[in-house]
Write a protein that binds this ligand. Structure first.
Ligand code: GRF
Length: 217
């Protein structure tokens, strides 16, 4: 049976502080941006845990360097996806996590996992959703020949890259751009909007109304 979690993010949790878990599978530049923003006092929450399915990813080094607890959990060590996710949920429960930030985490979460943390899971995507969903958002947009692309932070729902959009930032594609220079420009925007989206959540300023997220400012 799945562990149970509170369904709503209430005033009580907000008063006692938000505990964040960041999920990563790769380089972790977004994790770094979140860590740096927290250190500067912009994100007012504890980054309690970094979870990864990839034991040798650089994001884990970043977490260790920042003194953040890491939890490595590999899918291959579990018979079922459910067992794998229960292991993660237990770790989240231990740290009293109230917000999950997916930052280059290369796995889809199941319906039960998402409903255990309904409206408390965010993701960052390197394109202007709903365009160019999937694992190659930058390459796909570049090859398509768009003149404007960007980055999107959204809440996670069952569909891939399909949840309500929190923040977006646009990036112009110039004649001189290569996929690499475009990626750099997009990452720069990601590193601005992800910490901002997280802090808005912490302040209780994100109100989901159907597909839309209202920002109460
Ligand atoms: C980012 O481009 C993000 O949008 C996507 O995966 C990439 C992760 O990069 N979901 P990093 O590991 O944060 O450097």
């Amino acid at each position: 049976m799945n562990p149970t979690f509170p369904k709503t993010y209430g005033e009580q949790e907000r008063k006692s502080g938000v505990n964040i878990a960041v999920f990563c599978s790769g380089n972790g530049t977004n994790l770094q941006a979140i860590i740096d923003s927290q250190k500067k006092g912009y994100i007012k929450a504890d980054i309690k845990l970094v979870i990864s399915d990839t034991p040798d990813c650089y994001a884990l080094t970043r977490a260790k360097d920042a003194g953040i607890k890491i939890f490595v959990v590999e899918r291959k060590n579990f018979k079922t996806k459910k067992d794998f996710e229960i292991e993660i949920l237990e770790a989240l429960k231990k740290e009293n996590i109230s917000l999950i930030a997916l930052a280059g985490y290369m796995r889809m979460l199941s319906k039960s996992f998402i409903s255990a943390y309904e409206n408390k899971i965010m993701n960052i995507h390197p394109a202007l959703l709903p365009s160019f969903k999937g694992a190659h958002g930058i390459k796909d947009a570049f090859e398509y020949g768009v003149k404007i692309t960007g980055a999107t932070v959204h809440f996670v729902t069952l569909g891939m890259d399909a949840g309500p959009i929190i923040l977006q930032s646009s990036v112009k594609v110039t004649e001189d751009d290569t996929e690499e220079t475009l990626a750099e420009a997009i990452h720069e925007e990601e590193h601005k909007i992800y910490p901002r989206a997280i802090q808005l959540f912490i302040e209780g300023k994100l109100k989901i109304e159907g597909r839309k997220v209202r920002i109460l400012e």
